[in-house]
Design a binder for this molecule. Sequence first.
Ligand code: PLP
Length: 287
Amino acid sequence: QWIYLNGEFVTKENAKVSVYDHGFLYGDGIFEGIRVYSGNIFRMEEHMDRLYRSAKSIMLAIPHSQEELTSLIAETVERNGLEDAYIRVVVSRGVGDLGLDPYKCKEANVVIIVEPLAIFPKELYEQGLEIVTVATRRNRPDVLSPKVKSLNYLNNVLVKIEAHLANVSEALMLNDQGYVAEGSADNIFIIKGNTFYTPPGYIGALEGITRSAVMDIAEGLGYKLKEEPFTRHDVYTADEVFLTGTAAEVIAVVKVDGRVIGDGVPGFHTKTILEEFRKRVVSEGVK
Ligand code: PLP
């Protein structure tokens, strides 16, 4: 396995950054998770746009143009010879002193890791997930925008811990007003009748790229789509519920806080979207 690290391709054992890196000391940095399907990188440009928007928002200078970084990612994929893979791009503020001041960090650290996939087991797609809502809230958009895919993932980590404590594999975060925001690393959709609902970005959700692909697919199939705030009640009483994310793709949710959703099995519309999504990922990807 070859990892890109600041201009070099190194082995996993040699892929090391300093303990003075501000990504390590303060979670000061950003990242992206991207999928490769049959050798094609899925929605690369959207991921790169989001990475550069995240960088701009936190005033982090990525030491490559978007075009350069795009080709470095493609090169890392090629060197690892994987047809189906998960790519992790991390850009941290870089090495500074122990103080918080990011202006003392001379240059960002850039890391590209390409690995075989580790997604939810196949049975979970067939059975659907049981999830719970947790006490951890999504950070307010005016404090640190959830649109920034930053290395500050503590609330997402706490969501995972709460999910484990409840013996489920995923959980839902509400925002500070109690509206449903998203999962620990995935967006939520609910379906009622012929309409798909997903929380708008301002509620406190990352604008997921799988989310936007699913919105395109749903509209293309003639479903109605509404980006509007909703509560746990709306989730409990939905016909179908599913989560979307680069790693999870589209996965049905069949139980929320003990309430059975629909018939308690992945619903027709969710399965239709997953099938369509899996067809598109290859055709929409780029070499
Ligand atoms: N929400 C959060 C907090 C995430 O970290 C992710 C993962 O990237 C998502 C949602 C899903 O976004 P995407 O579909 O772009 O992977």
